[in-house]
Design a protein around this ligand. Structure first.
Ligand code: UD1
Ligand code: CA
Length: 452
């Protein structure tokens, strides 16, 4: 039988140093809240239950939790009395007899499933408390892990540590695992007799030792345990997240000419043999299929880019867009909520919104789908093999049939049947010799004015 697991996330951060009206854990890394990152790691280690402790008045945090995982429970810590007190706010969840209990923080978005799996392995070996530590470049402010052999004796908070203890560089990352059997008893035994008058989660280590239970520390990379407290910290974590994500994609076969200029979202999917030029931004929900090329300064969100598509430079692809294989979207083109079939080309200076464009159709420079009447959106449907002349306005709702032409500069307000030519503009007429006449008239006016 697989061991059951409860992941308990403390997310009652005040976030005052973010100087934000948004709760700290909802600030985003890779376009999803930090808390969602942590929750996804919990899912990745097959947590049967996820419990999140939020602060008083943080209903918005509860909503994010439910969106991320409808079965997760939300618990409110009404007073901020320390990490052990916060953990006990989820008493109901702790009473559920999980084999493993992982206590995590909602502001450490770089945490990986590997570390949580290691914690679960240690617990499976019969250890009662496992603490994740790291070697800090600067240990100031962190709890120190005091070991004897492979036994963890205590975690000494910086505020209580002696000079000698402060020299210890092995620090508490904040993340702890408990055997479910002992978790509640250990937490209930924590008191608040310390420098800060808080109920420290870390006291559990000494309590477990005094009860003769085994306690161990596990090492993880410092970067994984970074807790975000400020906007600067958020940017630092974003940078690390992006770096890792880019490296992973390159390992999987994606080319990036200037990796440090490419921005990804947590859910960006890019298949092998995609080439990315510098300065490409991926907003949420993008899939790019194999063989596509995305040229410099393109911004893509909510879109599926088919195989061997060619995007940019300076393209903007917005939500609801699906480009089929071999489609081309060139410079200064915006595409929104549109289905663009195989091999269609939208090369220059165009807006295509709420539209379907048939295969091999060519959309001339400066074409605009007029999809909005000020209140409602309307659809433009263009068939296969059609040709839309440059600088045309297609006033939706409107349909252009297969193989149809639209004359340049047209304002198309009525459907154009298949293989027809739609012209919607004034007819051209040439006045012979009129050029000379105009020049003479203008010269006379100029002379008259300079004489005054
Ligand atoms: C904690 C650890 C310290 C460790 C450090 C790593 C304790 C007592 N200390 O210290 O050993 O080195 O993390 O970053 O655990 N929280 C609540 N309710 C509370 C208090 C805290 O939800 O009443 C949450 C916070 O939002 C935060 C987390 O618990 O996400 C940690 O609390 P924080 O006050 O930042 O602890 P540190 O002093 O950083
Ligand atoms: Ca902290």
């Amino acid at each position: 039988m697989a061991r059951t697991c409860l992941s308990l996330i403390l997310a009652a951060g005040e976030g005052t140093r973010m100087r934000s009206s948004l709760p700290k854990v909802l600030h985003e890394v890779a376009n999803i809240p930090m808390l969602s990152h942590v929750m996804r790691v919990c899912s990745a280690v097959q947590s049967d239950k996820v419990a999140v402790v939020v602060g008083k008045g943080s209903e918005v945090v509860g909503e994010v939790v439910k969106n991320e995982n409808a079965t997760a429970s939300v618990h409110v810590q009404t007073e901020r009395l320390g990490t052990a007190h916060a953990t006990l706010a989820a008493r109901e969840a702790l009473e559920h007899d999980s084999d493993d209990v992982l206590v995590l923080f909602g502001d450490t978005p770089l945490l990986t499933p590997e570390t949580l799996w290691k914690m679960r392995e240690v617990l499976a070996e019969g250890v009662c408390v496992v603490v994740v530590g790291f070697y800090a470049n600067d240990p100031t402010g962190y709890g120190r892990l005091l070991e004897e052999g492979d036994k963890l004796l205590a975690i000494r908070e910086h505020a209580e540590a002696t000079e000698e203890e402060r020299k210890v560089e092995f620090c508490n990352g904040g993340i702890m695992g408990f055997s479910g059997e002992n978790a509640l008893a250990l937490l209930d035994a924590v008191d608040n007799k310390n420098a800060k008058g808080e109920y420290y989660l870390t006291d559990v280590v000494e309590i477990a030792n005094s009860m003769g239970l085994s306690v161990k520390a596990l090492e993880a990379p410092e970067a994984e345990l970074i807790g975000v407290n400020t906007r600067n910290g958020l940017a630092e974590v974003e940078e690390l997240w992006q770096k890792t994500a880019r490296e992973n994609l390159m390992t999987l076969g994606v080319t990036m000419q200037a990796p440090h200029t490419v921005f990804l979202s947590a859910d960006t999917v890019i298949e092998p043999d995609v080439e990315l030029e510098p300065n490409v931004v991926f907003g949420p929900k993008v899939i790019v299929k194999s063989g596509s090329k995305i040229k410099a300064f393109s911004h893509i969100e909510g879109a599926v880019i088919g195989e061997h598509a060619d995007i940019g430079p300076f393209a903007r692809i917005r939500p609801g867009t699906e480009l089929s294989s071999g489609a081309k979207v060139g410079n200064f083109v915006e595409v929104k909520n549109a289905l663009v079939h195989e091999g269609a080309k939208i090369n220059h200076l165009t807006y295509v919104g709420d539209a379907e464009i048939g295969s091999k159709t060519n959309i001339g420079a400066g074409t605009i789908t007029c999809n909005y009447d000020g209140m409602n959106k309307h659809k433009t449907t263009i068939g296969a093999g059609a040709f839309i002349g440059s600088n045309s306005s297609l006033v939706a709702p409107v349909k252009i049939g297969d193989g149809a032409y639209v004359a340049s500069g047209s304002v198309i307000t009525e459907d154009v049947p298949g293989n027809a030519l739609g012209i919607g503009r004034g007819r051209q007429s040439n006045k012979e010799g009129m050029g000379e006449e105009i020049r003479a008239r203008n010269a006379a006016l100029k002379a008259e004015r300079s004489a005054k």
